[in-house]
Write a new protein. Structure first.
Ligand SMILES: *Cc1c(COP(=O)(O)O)cnc(C)c1O
Length: 387
């Protein structure tokens, strides 16, 4: 059987896959099994920060792989400790817990918020406010946390303790923020929800309310983090300091790694035995992440901003584009007439990989995509949108 038939026969039907079968790549170029090349503007959903088969990352990963691939988390290993130190030093957070995915990082964040609420404000303080249209993962708790009704069918009963406010509507958060609430969870740019950045006024007002009421400010940086928006973490654009930050996707550079970072208030909330993971903080994933994090320096971050501005400028001058949203290299494109899904299919046929988010095209290239490839891909995309 051909790969596509085998996949259709034996792999669960959870993904509506595109047609090509991909076999290899280098940087921002990916090749299918016919040898056709594609320019990658998706980076595996903001995962492959430095593209495919990046030499320095492969070296870091394979060196660790040859030394020690895994041990139980009851033992010390260097890559996890060093990664935690570097993350804390660059964010002002105090401690890191390592998981394997974004959803798991958010599970940890939810546990921290509830335990903090219980310890400081009593057993009834366990509700978490999230925003409508948000996305936080697909485990039962994180799925419940998502503020999207479409995700809340068929899988009930749901995990209690989530309240939904409207993004950019401070009054709707304030109205829910009673003594039962231990945290407010937000993405600074809603990714799956359509690449919509929150207003700075709104984020700052929520942060001030949280501070006043000792409610934890919880920021989901799974997609926005690790240089994607032109800062190391997107909250850094907003002048706020969260109490808990979750991240995943880009931090591992392509290996599964999630992180939940705790700030001053919550550094000691989790104690021995209250949380854990078999694979979380695996030495190989962490060695790769240390390499990624070290390269997310000021020069790289300002280049992300420059490339994002270039894409924005190009697309705003394109007939058929109604608007461009997002920050840095996390970009949503709304169209006047065409359907985003149709444009994504046509782009793929023309050798450019893009994603969609709701009714927008979503662009999330590798942070180091070469300028020539980027402008070639944007030209192809513009041609399709204008046609
Ligand atoms: C992708 C994503 C998640 C879930 O991450 P997984 O690794 O798929 O579990 C959670 N939150 C946000 C904002 C995401 O974009």
């Amino acid at each position: 059987m051909q790969i596509k038939e085998i996949d259709k026969t034996y792999v669960a039907n959870t993904y509506d896959r595109y047609d090509p079968v991909f076999v290899s790549g280098k940087g921002s170029l990916v090749y299918d099994d016919t040898g056709k090349a594609y320019i990658d503007l998706a980076a595996g959903i903001a995962v492959n920060c430095f593209g495919i088969a990046d030499d320095a990352w492969i070296k870091a990963v394979t060196e660790q792989l040859g030394k020690l691939q895994h041990l139980c988390n009851k033992y010390y290993t260097a890559p996890q400790a060093i990664l935690a130190q570097k993350l804390c030093e660059r964010t002002g957070m105090k401690k890191a817990f390592f998981a394997n995915s974004g959803a798991e990082a958010n599970e940890c964040l939810i546990k921290v918020a509830r335990k903090y609420g219980h310890e400081h404000h009593g057993a009834d303080c366990s509700n978490i406010i999230t925003l409508k249209n948000s996305f936080h993962g697909r485990t039962m708790a994180t799925l419940t946390a998502c503020g999207q009704d479409s995700m809340h069918t068929d899988f009930g009963p749901f995990v209690p303790g989530f309240l939904y406010a409207d993004a950019n509507d401070f009054a709707s958060v304030e109205a829910l923020a009673d003594d039962s609430v231990c945290g407010v969870l937000m993405e600074m740019v809603q990714g799956e929800g359509g690449v919509n950045a929150l207003d700075a006024d709104f984020v700052q007002a929520v942060a001030a309310l949280c501070k006043k009421k000792d409610i934890l400010l919880l920021v989901d940086e799974v997609q926005t983090g690790n240089g994607r928006t032109g800062k190391l973490y997107a909250y850094m654009h907003f002048g706020v300091q969260p109490d808990v930050v979750s991240t995943a996707k880009g931090i591992g550079g392509g290996l599964p790694l999630g992180v939940c970072m705790m700030g001053e208030k919550t550094a000691d909330t989790l104690t021995a035995g209250t949380h854990g993971s078999t694979f979380g903080g695996n030495p190989v994933c962490c060695a790769g992440a240390v390499n990624i994090l070290d390269r997310l320096d000021d020069a790289l971050l300002s280049d992300v901003t420059r490339k994002g501005d270039f894409i924005r400028r190009e697309l705003l001058s394109c007939k058929g584009v109604a608007g461009v949203s997002g920050m840095g290299l996390m970009i949503g494109v709304s169209l006047t007439d065409k359907k985003a899904a149709d444009v994504a299919h046509a782009c793929l046929d023309a050798g450019v990989m893009v994603m969609t988010a709701k009714d927008k095209i979503r662009i999330l290239p590798a942070l180091n995509i070469p300028d020539e490839l980027l402008s070639k891909a944007i030209d192809i995309m513009k041609g399709i949108i204008e046609a």
